[in-house]
Design a protein around this ligand. Structure first.
Ligand SMILES: [Zn+2]
Length: 285
């Protein structure tokens, strides 16, 4: 009975989370940007307000989940979905995604040939918590809440045995039980990205999950070198890469609070574009 109720709740969010892709009211956007840039000082409020963000979903506490869409002028060479701030306390993971939005707007270069959807802050309630928290407002680690194979058997067992019930890693009562993960799941299934790029901190590596055949993992993006961590029950890499067969590149920046140096950030962008150029044209239909 409880399970049925939870399932219907999850279905409700899946249905309602994707509504609304109209530009936000100016006051609404200013408030959202004030709240975000107050916590992430590396992001200027003016950059946030002019980033072309559109509210596409809402968090548990009713905050907007914003998305920047960049569409190519010519035929698209592929679809790229970028996600920052799945974990609300990894501030650099959001800061770098705001920079990429600015780059796409100002000087996209080769990136202009792809259709991008960019979500700078997936977990706005976690970011707004004092102090910012990894989990969402209901204490769920969104990066353990995706419907991976054997979630029901593995997610809670892993949480209990391997993490000793770490409250920062609670996978939630059911996969997609949270509006943030439910909406991102819906977005993946409808946008059908050729590549997902997800940003975290602070492990200082580049991770890759994907089907064994096809796209080659990148060796490095700037100072981040490939080191495959493996997958967890309910993680985005597990869901996207293994279940859906969409390559997922995960950047783990070296610090959650301090950004890499300017030249390193520039090299990350260049290496990412080079890797997309080599791989996306092959896979895009
Ligand atoms: Zn993380």
């Amino acid at each position: 009975m409880i399970r049925a109720r939870l399932l219907s709740l999850s279905a409700f969010f899946a249905l309602h989370a994707s509504v609304g892709a109209a530009p936000p009211a100016a006051d609404d956007l200013t408030r959202w940007c004030d709240e975000v840039t107050h916590v992430i000082p590396q992001v200027k409020a003016s950059l946030c307000v002019s980033a072309g963000l559109v509210p596409w979903a809402k968090s548990v506490q009713g905050r907007h989940i914003m998305l920047h869409e960049f569409t190519p002028k010519q035929r698209s060479m592929g679809r790229v979905l970028v996600i920052g701030g799945i974990h609300g306390d990894e501030l650099t993971s959001m800061s770098i995604v705001f920079r990429w939005i600015d780059q796409l707007k100002q000087a996209p270069g080769e990136a202009a040939q792809y259709h991008w959807r960019v979500i700078p802050v997936l977990n706005p309630d976690g970011l707004a918590a004092k102090p910012p928290s990894r989990v969402n407002a209901r204490g769920v680690d969104l990066n353990r809440n995706f419907p991976t194979a054997y979630w029901a058997e593995e997610a809670h067992r892993y949480w209990t045995v391997a993490t000793n019930r770490d409250p920062r890693r609670f996978p939630g009562p059911l996969p997609r039980s949270e509006p943030e993960s439910s909406w991102l799941h819906h977005e993946i299934m409808t946008f059908k990205p050729d590549v997902i790029i997800s940003v975290h901190a602070p492990y200082n590596i580049l991770d890759f999950d994907g089907p064994p055949e096809g796209i080659k993992p990148p060796a490095r993006f700037g100072p981040l070198k490939l080191y495959r961590l493996g997958v967890y029950p309910g993680s985005l890499g597990n869901f996207g890469g293994l279940k859906e067969g969409i390559p997922v590149v995960t950047l783990e920046l070296p610090h959650a609070l301090d950004m890499p140096k300017e030249d390193e950030l520039a090299q990350v962008w260049r290496d990412m574009q080079e890797w997309l150029r080599r791989n996306l044209a092959l896979s895009a239909k």
